[in-house]
Ligand binder design. Structure first.
Ligand code: LLP
Length: 428
């Protein structure tokens, strides 16, 4: 199990062995850089589980999907677009275990067509999905995603269980769901519970008991159970990891009790997003202005919530570091850097475009080394729900993405251009 860092550095020269200034000179800013070794390390942590299914919503660049696929990691898809990405990255649509699973609470028409045509396994989060799939593809095997009536996440917005959540089939409606599946000749081979993102061992452990009870109600058709995702990573001093060994043992015991009850093997899956990629990702930005507003000092970057929305959405805290060399080589790396309390913001025309904010939009300060315009600032642990949630707000192009493997940085997505921004638009 990884050990949580005692603290996070506020000065940084390199990422995965490559100088940050060289990355910025070669690829420009803002740029997301991913350290492949960190992803491989996190995959290795979870090897006890029979299958690791990557929740690609966390970061779905096809180069990362290809990287995890080569490690034997399966993939989850929540839209037709994510299915297309999985296939583009070399996943085969169907197999045992299913390489790609479509998990959602509804089918839009495009995704229903796609799962029917390509034989993609479906994890149904509503009774309507069961009926709609059953009408088009009777006889298939399906998974049921159940809302066990409780949930927990790092923010209320990432809690996916309980009455306030739209996710999954309500636990008291399991029998109705089974009847509907039967009616269409759909076999229920899988059961899936995911109570939230960025939760803790206490809450995650409660899921095992719920799954066991529900699993026994489903009965002997069950051959696969999924613990969902939700594993946290440390974002600030004092945060910790979940003890993976303890977590695995809880799930393994649950699986074994179901195997005893059914008299056949039950496969155990885990479905992490954040855990696999959060710590691999760094958003490199350039400090383009430094302003004094009353008592507050602002470092203003060329990256904003168009690039990383977690702070404005959840008040999420990301470690940050200053790169003590400027792009033009004007400042030397050896200078002393006293810490100062600063607010870090972006270029967007909106007051909420602040990376140092608490949930509710309250601006906070961060103790960061003194810096100059033209120097770089790195926002860290940004691999999960970073690029994946970026937007073109203010007509800002999507950032470039770079994957560093064995000390070699490779562009895995070029920065958007103004032509990309207007593609498909017409003056009618
Ligand atoms: N499985 C299902 C069905 C999910 O809905 C999710 C996340 C995962 C797995 C992966 O959860 P993870 O292991 O990453 O915690 N944008 C938010 C997180 C939203 C998570 C949505 N579902 C954030 O930036 O914190």
């Amino acid at each position: 199990m990884p050990v949580a860092p005692a603290g996070f550095p506020t000065l940084r020269h390199e990422i995965a062995g490559v100088a940050v200034v060289d990355l910025a000179r070669q690829f420009g800013t803002p740029t997301y850089v991913y350290d492949a070794a960190k992803i491989l390390e996190r995959i290795a942590d979870l090897r006890a589980f029979d299958h690791i299914r990557y929740a690609q919503k966390a970061c779905s660049n096809i180069a990362l999907l290809d990287l995890v696929r080569r490690q034997g990691v399966l993939v989850d898809a929540v839209s037709a677009g994510e299915i297309a990405r999985a296939l583009a990255a070399g996943y085969t649509p169907a197999g045992d275990p299913p390489p790609v699973v479509y998990t959602a609470d509804l089918f839009d028409r495009e995704s229903l067509d796609l799962v029917v045509e390509r034989g993609i396994h479906v994890n149904c989060g509503s009774s309507d999905m069961i009926d709609q799939l059953g009408e088009r593809a009777p006889g298939r095997s399906i998974t049921l995603r159940i809302n066990p009536g409780f949930g927990h996440g790092h923010s209320q917005k990432t809690n996916t269980g309980g009455e306030q959540s739209k996710h999954g089939i309500w636990h008291e409606q399991l029998h109705d769901a089974l009847r509907r599946a039967d009616h269409h000749g759909l076999g229920v081979s899988g059961l899936h519970l995911h109570i939230g993102s960025g939760t803790d061992l206490d809450h995650l452990s409660q899921v095992c008991g719920a799954l066991e009870r529900l699993g026994k109600d489903v009965g002997r058709s069950l051959t696969n159970i999924s613990a969902g995702g939700g594993l946290p990573v440390p974002y600030k001093t004092g945060d910790s990891y979940v003890d993976i060994d303890v977590y695995y043992r809880l799930w393994d015991a649950t699986r074994k009790r179901l195997e005893d009850a059914f008299g056949h093997a039950v496969r155990l899956e885990i479905e992490p997003g954040r855990y696999l990629v959060a710590e691999s990702g760094f958003l490199i930005a350039e400090i383009r202005a430094i302003k004094q507003m009353g008592g507050n000092t602002f470092y203003l970057l060329d990256a904003g919530f168009n690039n990383l929305a977690r702070p404005i959405l959840y008040g999420a805290h990301h470690p940050m570091s200053v790169v003590p060399e400027s792009l033009d080589g004007q400042t030397a790396g050896t200078q002393r850097r006293p810490l100062r309390e600063v607010v870090v913001g972006g270029p967007l025309c909106e007051s909420g475009d602040i990376f140092t904010q608490a949930e509710g939009g309250f601006v906070c300060t961060r103790s960061l080394p003194s810096a100059h315009v033209g120097e770089l600032l790195v926002i860290e642990n940004a691999g999960a729900y970073g690029f994946a949630m970026s937007s073109n707000y203010n007509s800002k192009p999507l950032a470039a993405e770079v994957l560093v493997r064995d000390g070699v940085p490779r562009l895995i997505r070029r920065r958007q251009t103004s032509e990309d921004l207007m593609r498909g638009e017409v003056i009618a």
